[in-house]
Design a protein around this ligand. Sequence first.
Ligand code: FPP
Length: 246
Amino acid sequence: MNPADIDINRVPKHVAIIMDGNGRWAKKKHLPRIAGHKRGMETVEEITTAASNLGVKLLTLYAFSTENWKRPEKEVKYIMSLPSTFFDRFIPKLIANNIQVKTIGNVDQLPAKTLAAVRKAQEDTKDCTGMVLNFALNYGSRAEIVDTTKKIATLVKNDQLDIDNISEQLFNSNLETSKFGDLSDPDLLIRTSGEERISNFLLWQIAYSEFIFVDKMWPDYHEDDFKQTIIDFQSRHRRFGGLKNK
Ligand code: FPP
């Protein structure tokens, strides 16, 4: 990998990552699963800094899905403690790098302490104007789509919207990701750990995203690996359903 191979003018604006493999990484080292999440948190710091330095505008990280509550209580509790550990350590660096923190997902259902840490991070970084670091927390794409449908149905029911005016654009502008404006759809979706699944992540938004599946476990995924993924992305030709060079 030669970082000089990155075309700085064609860095994907929105990168979304399914950070998978923490548990397997730990198991291979005969460590408890939570040790994998701890190392995974350090990877979050490294990749966030790398993405910001490359000029990525929005980095969405799948930190906790609506399905992850099914995990053992001890593991869920540990993952829920990570945001406060992470932000306590990393907020000064986020601010120094002009990175703003946001979230998607049903954060109101998070434990009070986790929610407080997330809210504080958002408040502390609200004036940052560089990259947005967006954590998907208690996020599920089907739930997001159902919530959006309910919002639109309510508008119709209250005679505030005509059914004929329901369009892709209107649906899009009622999704939670509409707060990111033009950036709401990822240009690139990365999943680590060798699994090739979407796992209920941004189903609407990835209609035209490039998918790159990386074999390394998330704790083993480093800055150089991320740069290589960007180079791989740049070798692809996105046509959005049209024809090349048109
Ligand atoms: C997937 O690995 C990882 C998770 C469900 C948790 C992700 C959380 C982090 C990387 C840390 C988040 C940091 C912050 C700041 C919120 P897995 O447990 O599914 O791995 P496995 O498939 O090998 O079991």
